[in-house]
Design a protein around this ligand. Structure first.
Ligand SMILES: [Zn+2]
Length: 554
């Protein structure tokens, strides 16, 4: 169907439904919709007949909608937000039906206002209506903020330039210089906030007491507490289930400069502000919870994140780099620490499939990945060790889990041996992640030190075959040639590394929630060379040189 045909069909459909063309665009119409028996006039504009850009619908006459607080209506242009979070799929090959579907959705949205649901919808979107001038990022875990929490508001600067406002309890944030600008209090409310009877959003100080007293505050939150904070130029943050908003007094310019020139003592300012309270305006902030814990828990609704888990990641190469970031995105480094181990430096040849890029060439991989993670989130607790992890067992054993992402047989065997024979300290699990045979497949294997196999049980005979091979080991391309330097380079593409990292990250998440599932997991990447293996929890091999003696004879 070409564009002209689509336009003709849309036009015919709309004219048939009582709409008329008004321009100025080629697809701008006006008409009326029957909303619960009442005619509501709307304008319809279709910027794209393939609907990649959605049709716009707005009210012609704002006063036709009875409720002051109607949700989903932009108070500026009267645009109607008729598409829910799930989106509205439209069929570009049936443009007539598609446009009728849009009108139906608009009717449904407007209809809600007559059923008394508008107020609720408005409350759900309260943060948008707050129309804040400033944004503020709260770097405290939302779960730890109950009742009234004292904090500070800082300008977070980089290269001397303020990038955002940070709410924190301490004056450090990786990668930023923090400069104090106000005291802050976070009031955590268990119920939604919203408009009071008269005040949609408080704009002036004189409205604040009224608005605040209509919210469901806990006993430790009072007008006098808010007043004291605000007159002291502090920032009041209300964190409710539906919105997180901030308020501060706008100190008039003449008072500000008088304080700056020391004409007025700072202690006197509160009195002067109180005297002119009738004319004082409020500064509004739109706040968001930005702690690493909150970032991770957003995607793990109802399930546990890795926030309490401390992880030692051995190997920050092609698997380890991607895995390090996935672990942080899953919560590692918020309460529990993440330690990185690698003795190699990043080379030009690495960056085609590494997390790091050109700017890090020549740097130690562990240190550079640490810097990258701190850039990803300034609050991550990450430590980097430039050296051979196998000489640092005392450090390794301080973590809950050791992840071996080296993919090197010798290191895999050595870590397995240490896990079996050394004092385990805090370590409850050992996870290996590797790429099978030049990118044919990826595998992960979890060892909990229990009755299941150890890593070496997977290939007990050094010269023999893997028990669960993910590819044909005899195929020429699967055999690594022995060579030095860059000649040892094995070509496979970045998808293989990220799949290995993904498989390992999922294995850690499953283990952390207490359902470790199959210990050995395989994903075939190259369907010609790879060999499918079902997920399995292998039993120990009687021939395993690493664990058979310690397990004793059956
Ligand atoms: Zn074994």
């Amino acid at each position: 169907m070409n564009k002209t045909q689509s336009i003709q069909i849309i036009e015919a459909t709309l004219l048939d439904n009582g709409f008329k063309y008004i321009g100025p665009g080629p697809n701008d119409y006006s008409g009326a919709l029957d909303v619960n028996g009442k005619q509501i006039d709307v304008k319809l504009s279709i910027p794209d007949v393939r609907f990649a850009e959605k049709p716009r619908v707005s009210l012609t006459d704002r006063s036709q909608i009875p409720l002051e607080t109607l949700a989903h209506i932009d108070s500026g242009d009267g645009g109607i937000c008729y598409i829910s979070g799930a989106g509205l799929p439209l069929d570009m090959y049936q443009p007539g039906e598609a446009i009728l579907r849009v009108l139906e959705e608009v009717k449904r949205t407007l209809g809600l206002s007559y059923k008394g649901r508008a107020q609720q919808e408005f409350i759900d979107e309260y943060q948008l209506y707050w129309r804040a001038k400033y944004g503020a990022s709260i770097f405290l875990p939302r779960s730890s903020a109950t009742g009234v929490v004292e904090a500070s508001a800082f300008f977070a600067k980089r290269d001397g330039k303020t990038e955002f406002i940070a709410i924190r309890s301490s004056k450090n944030l990786s990668g930023y210089t923090l400069s104090f600008f106000a005291k802050a209090q976070i009031w955590s409310l268990s119920e939604n906030i919203g408009p009071s009877e008269k005040i949609k959003v408080p704009l002036h100080y004189s409205e604040l007491n009224d608005w605040l007293s209509s919210q469901k505050l806990a006993t430790e939150m009072s007008w006098s507490k808010a007043e004291k904070l605000l007159l002291d130029e502090g920032l009041l943050i209300l964190s409710a289930p539906n919105a997180v908003v901030g308020l501060q007094l706008e100190v008039p310019a003449h008072l500000k400069s008088a304080v700056a020139r020391k004409r007025i003592r700072k202690g006197k300012l509160a009195d002067l502000l109180l005297k002119s309270r009738k004319n004082l305006k409020l500064l509004r902030y739109s706040c968001s919870w930005c702690s690493l814990e909150d970032i991770a828990s957003r995607n793990c609704l109802g399930s546990q994140t890795l926030k309490e888990t401390s992880v030692a990641l051995v190997g920050c190469g092609t698997i380890g780099g991607h895995l390090a970031r996935m672990l942080v995105q899953s919560g590692v480094g918020s309460s529990g620490k993440l330690s990185l181990f690698d003795r190699d430096s990043l080379a030009e040849g690495n960056i085609g499939r590494h997390l790091l890029g050109f700017g890090d060439i020549g740097k130690n991989k562990a240190l550079a990945v640490k810097a990258e993670l701190e850039r990803f989130h300034p609050d991550v607790q990450v430590y980097a060790h430039n050296g051979d992890a196998m000489t640092m067992w005392r450090r390794l054993k301080q973590h809950d889990i050791i992840i071996d992402a080296t993919g090197e047989w010798n290191v895999q065997s050595a870590i397995n041996d240490s896990f079996l024979s050394e004092d385990r300290g805090n370590v409850k699990a050992l996870l290996h992640s590797w790429i099978f045979m030049n990118g044919a497949a990826v595998q992960s294997f979890l060892n909990l030190g229990d009755d299941y196999a150890c890593f070496r049980c997977l290939k007990p005979d050094f010269a023999g075959q893997w028990r669960y091979p993910a590819g044909n080991e005899d195929e020429p391309l699967n055999l690594k040639p022995a060579s030095c330097g860059d000649g040892a380079y094995v070509p496979f593409s970045v998808d293989v590394s990220t799949m290995a990292a993904s498989l390992a990250n999922k294995a850690v998440l499953d283990w952390a929630i207490g359902h470790p599932g199959p210990r050995l997991r395989t994903v075939v990447v190259d369907f010609q060379r790879g060999r499918t293996q079902k997920p399995v929890s292998p039993t120990p091999s009687k021939l395993c040189p690493a664990c058979s003696h310690s397990r004793g004879s059956p």
